[in-house]
Design a protein. Structure first.
Length: 179
């Protein structure tokens, strides 16, 4: 990650924080704020693509988590020439879906993936903006495996280290910015 250090510092300097959002006691790190600086947004896209091409070039499918993972997943998939698959909250995907309930830092929810979206044995990269408690990423790993895919890695832009979310995820998790 040393090779990305200067680029990551630019991105980190453009991430705003909001105390007590969405509820008291939560410090919300807002990935959307980087899009106020087109250079920072472009640098982040470049870092993600360079990292993926170098570390997980054997990726067959990019999966991204609703909703902020969608900022990065489709672009990565297009640049790599592989399919993009969304993981969404309950009731947002048509057809036959697999579901997984999970806990997050301020409640619980259910994620879904279309059952036919990943073929048995495909190598999958899971992308999101942030890992906090790890519940969302772990639920996504389980959904990918239920489809028959192999999770190569989970890639997130930000990690809230104090919450130890990586410890709860059954796949390797790589993060660029640590808070």
């Amino acid at each position: 990650m040393e090779e990305f250090k200067d680029d990551i510092e630019l991105v980190k300097s453009n991430i705003n924080s909001y105390p007590d959002f969405p509820k008291s006691g939560i410090l919300f790190r807002d990935i959307f704020s980087i899009f106020n600086n087109p250079k920072a947004a472009k640098v982040l896209d470049s870092v993600l693509l360079r990292y993926v091409k170098k570390i997980v070039p054997q990726t067959d499918v990019v999966v991204a988590l609703e909703s902020r993972g969608f900022l990065f997943g489709p672009t990565l998939a297009l640049e790599m020439g592989v399919p993009f698959v969304p993981v969404r909250k309950k009731g947002k995907l048509p057809g036959i879906v697999y579901q997984k309930s999970y806990a997050l830092e301020y409640g619980t929810d259910i994620l879904e993936i279309q059952a036919s979206s990943i073929q048995r044995g495909q190598k999958v990269l899971i992308v999101d903006d942030l890992i906090a408690t790890g519940g969302t990423l772990e639920a996504s790993c389980q959904l990918v495996r239920q489809c028959g895919g192999e999770v190569l890695q989970c890639l997130v832009v930000m990690e809230l280290q104090d919450l130890k979310g990586k410890e709860k995820v059954s796949a390797q998790v790589e993060s660029f910015i640590k808070f």
